[in-house]
Design a protein around this ligand. Structure first.
Ligand SMILES: *[C@@H]1O[C@H](CO)[C@@H](O)[C@H](O)[C@H]1NC(C)=O
Length: 286
């Protein structure tokens, strides 16, 4: 996947940067320190001395957890391995959200499917309680065989959704053009697994097969490189972290276009039927 145009020297620098990044992940802490299990009555489990977390879903309940800290801007990574085999009707959600009715939210939702059929990655951005900004994708790999990294970059310039470091979606800050942008409410990281067999798989046509329950998804290497928000102040005073001002370079823009051209299956910005009164304003801005 590495860009073949890179010179040996920059590859070397890249591997140094990667090595230090991996080191910081290795000491990133444990789920015992970083999250609270919030519901599911024993269906969410922290295992391997805090290195692994599993969520499960059966006919009577799903389960979920949330981060202890809230962030106002950050680069948040988590590795997920989705429900193997027949996962039809299940949704595994992984998202950032603030509290209250006019909340902001940055969403990944993984909609399960029959064995061998593709998951849908559903994304959305809510600003001050209003969503309706869905984009959906297929993945270019089987997300049930191994762990894959889902990241959200949220800084003053944009929100970027990444899968294994590849940007799949960018939501730019266009406040100057009158489009709202989340920037005042700290968000926590949440994940949950639930039964959505009334809509998730082929629009609800394929139901969950409860004889295969419990359905289980796994999580590891939670790494939040963010501005921790606590009692009204941010841990980022000078905001010198590189992610704070990071933009997509030409290589990343090319990868974003590659994903959107080959794997995007729904884009609210092209749904003229739904937005008969006119597409949202950000849709006509490049
Ligand atoms: C499930 O598989 C079907 C058939 O390939 C596909 O149309 C659908 O988009 C897939 N994903 C979901 C979540 O329904």
């Amino acid at each position: 996947m590495a860009a073949s145009a890179s010179s040996g020297a920059s590859n070397f620098l890249l591997s140094l940067a990667l090595a230090s990044h991996l080191a910081s992940i290795a000491f990133a802490g444990s789920f015992y320190q970083d999250v609270d299990i919030t519901w599911g009555d024993g269906r969410a489990k922290i295992l391997n001395s805090g290195k692994l977390l599993t969520l499960s879903l059966d006919k009577s309940s799903g389960s979920g957890f949330q981060s202890k800290e809230g962030y106002l801007y950050g680069k948040i990574d988590m590795q997920l391995k989705l429900v193997p085999g027949n996962s039809a009707g299940t949704v595994t959600a992984y998202y950032l959200s603030s509290q209250g009715t006019a909340h902001d939210e940055i969403d990944f939702e993984f909609l399960g499917n029959l064995s061998g059929d593709p998951f849908i990655v559903h994304t959305n951005v809510y600003i001050q309680g209003k969503g309706n900004r869905e984009m959906q994708f297929y993945l270019w790999f089987d997300p049930t065989k191994d762990f894959h990294t889902c990241s959200v970059l949220w800084n003053p310039r944009h929100i970027v959704f990444y899968v294994d470091g590849t940007p799949i979606r960018e939501f730019k800050n266009r406040e100057s053009a009158g489009v709202p942008y989340p920037k005042k409410q700290p968000m926590k990281v949440y994940s949950s697994m639930w039964n959505a067999d009334d809509w998730a798989t082929r629009g609800g046509l394929v139901k969950a097969d409860w004889s295969k329950a419990p359905f289980t998804a796994s999580f590891r290497n939670f790494n939040a490189n963010g501005c921790v928000w606590s009692s009204g102040t941010s841990s980022c005073s000078s905001a010198n972290d590189p992610w704070m001002w990071q933009e997509l370079d030409s290589t990343n823009l090319e990868r974003l276009r590659w994903v959107q051209k080959n794997y995007m299956i729904y884009n609210y910005c092209t749904d003229v039927k739904r937005f008969a009164q006119g597409l949202p304003p950000e849709c006509s801005m490049s």
